[in-house]
Write a protein that binds this ligand. Structure first.
Ligand code: 1GP
Length: 246
């Protein structure tokens, strides 16, 4: 079952997910942010960050669960971020990392916990596109086979590999707080060559950019940093995503 495809089909709209980093605020504040984004129409809350502790993730998930009636999806940086109260987990492989750790080891370390906790896994090919002069956090830790802006052939090889492996979605990531989001032509190339849902995130800060990304083929827009900085902009982004008719 491809949950993302089902959600896209049911809503007949593009989707917006809000990413909350448990390291950036207390669980109560995270819950308030989730409630605000929920009132604006976000479709799911992703919980994850680069230095999260299991306790912090779990407390944040529990607080958000109390505050909103939305799916909560773990977006783990490691097996340490697998906690029991989430509904879903992006069971992800950082395809263009050269580190075995991000390709399979963290996944091995977390698989039994996903089973034991009964969290629904959504398999994901996670691909980082380098758009920033200053490396984002994921770029600094992942030892990437770098995909430069505009290198469509290289991106397509990775994206097709995700689909041929049977992964349920592809996430094109510019990195949290990226100077620029993933370029439109790269999104369009993946959209026109793949049939699995396409998630795009990193560096999206306004409604116009979000709309641009969905118009070029993104099915799901993820925003994180802007929810911490400017709630009016989050509203604008969610409205832009929702305005787009499939
Ligand atoms: C990070 O793509 C997400 O994984 C969100 O990025 O924080 O730049 O919105 P931002």
């Amino acid at each position: 079952m491809n949950v993302l495809r089902e959600w896209l089909g049911e809503k007949k709209k593009k989707l917006h997910f809000t990413l909350i980093d448990p390291d950036k605020q207390a669980p109560e504040k995270a819950a308030k942010m989730a409630a605000t984004c929920s009132s604006y129409g976000t479709d799911a809350i992703m919980v994850g960050g680069s230095t999260v502790s299991r306790k912090n993730v779990e407390e944040t998930v529990v607080a958000i669960k109390d505050a909103v009636n939305l799916p909560i999806i773990l977006f783990p940086n490691s097996s340490n971020a697998v906690t029991e109260s989430a509904d879903y987990i992006f069971f992800m492989c950082l395809l263009n990392s050269k580190k075995r750790r991000f390709l399979v080891e963290e996944q091995l370390a977390g698989a039994l916990a996903v089973k034991e906790y009964g969290i629904h896994p959504i398999s994901m090919g996670y691909i980082v596109v380098s758009t920033s002069k200053k490396p984002t956090t994921v770029e600094s830790i992942a030892d990437l086979d770098i995909i430069q802006e505009g290198d469509i052939q290289k991106l397509l090889k990775y994206a097709l590999t995700a689909e041929y492996y049977g992964m349920q979605c592809v996430y094109l990531e510019a990195g949290s707080g990226a100077e620029k989001p993933v370029p439109n032509e790269m999104i369009m190339a993946v959209h026109s060559n793949l049939s699995i849902p396409l998630i795009v995130g990193g560096g999206i800060r306004d409604g116009k950019t979000a709309l641009d990304k969905v118009e070029h083929g993104a099915d799901v827009i993820v925003t994180g940093t802007i929810a911490e900085e400017n709630q009016t902009k989050v509203k604008e982004i969610i409205e832009a995503v929702k305005e787009y008719d499939l």
